[in-house]
Ligand binder design. Structure first.
Ligand code: ADP
Length: 160
C-alpha cells in the first residue's frame, strides 16, 4: 500500500491517546508521517527535537512511521510529503466542532487531502497533553497517561 498519511499535533508530551491513534492510523496507510508542530505554545515543556525523538523512540517497531517537525499549514505539510490522508483524533463534541470547521477549510484549500477522524478509545478519551503537564507540575503520577520513559523525562524536566 503506497498511501501516505499525516498525523499533525503538538505532542507536548506524547501520551497514550496519541499512541493509540498512531497505531490505528498506521494500519490504514503505507507510511504515516507524524507532524510535530514547531510552536505548541510560548513555552513548551519539551523542545521540538525532544518531542520528535520521543515519537521516533516510542513508535519504533510499529511499522512505517516517521516523526517530522513542521511549521505552517498542515495541508502544506501533507502536500510536501505526498500525503492524501490527514488523520485527527476526536475525544469529544468540543473537538468535533472545531475539527469539523478546520477540516472544511482544509478541504476547500486542498481537496486532494482527505481528513480522517478516528474516535478516541473510551479509556483514553480524557487524556490531554495540557492536563498531563498540569498533573506532573503538581507532583502527580502520570504513568497511567504516558509511556514510562516520558514520565521519567517529565520528572527530570520539572526538576524532580
Ligand atoms: P493534546 O490535545 O493532547 O495536546 P495535540 O494537540 O498534540 O494533543 O493533538 C494532536 C491530535 O491528537 C489531535 O487530532 C487530537 O485530537 C488528538 N488527540 C489528543 N488527545 C487524544 C486522545 N486522548 N485520544 C485520541 N486522540 C487524541
Amino acid at each position: 500500500m503506497s498511501r501516505v498519511g499525516i498525523y499533525p499535533g503538538s505532542f507536548d508530551p506524547l501520551h497514550f491517546g496519541h499512541l493509540s491513534i498512531i497505531r490505528r492510523a498506521a494500519r490504514m496507510v503505507g507510511r504515516l508521517v507524524v507532524g510535530v508542530a514547531v510552536n505548541p505554545s510560548k513555552s513548551p515543556l519539551f523542545d521540538l527535537d525532544q518531542r520528535v525523538a520521543t515519537i521516533a523512540r516510542e513508535t519504533a517497531g510499529m511499522g512505517a512511521i516517521e516523526a517530522v517537525p513542521f511549521t505552517g499549514l498542515a495541508i502544506a505539510f501533507a502536500r510536501a510529503h505526498g500525503a492524501t490522508l490527514l488523520i485527527r483524533g476526536l475525544r469529544s463534541g468540543t473537538d468535533l466542532d472545531y475539527e469539523d470547521q478546520m477540516a472544511g477549510m482544509n478541504a476547500a484549500m486542498a481537496p486532494e487531502v482527505e481528513t480522517v477522524f478516528l474516535l478516541a478509545e473510551p479509556a483514553l478519551r480524557p487524556i490531554a497533553s495540557s492536563l498531563v503537564r498540569d498533573v506532573a507540575r503538581l507532583g502527580g503520577d502520570v504513568t497511567n497517561f504516558v509511556p514510562s520513559a516520558v514520565a521519567r523525562e517529565m520528572a527530570a524536566r520539572l526538576g524532580r
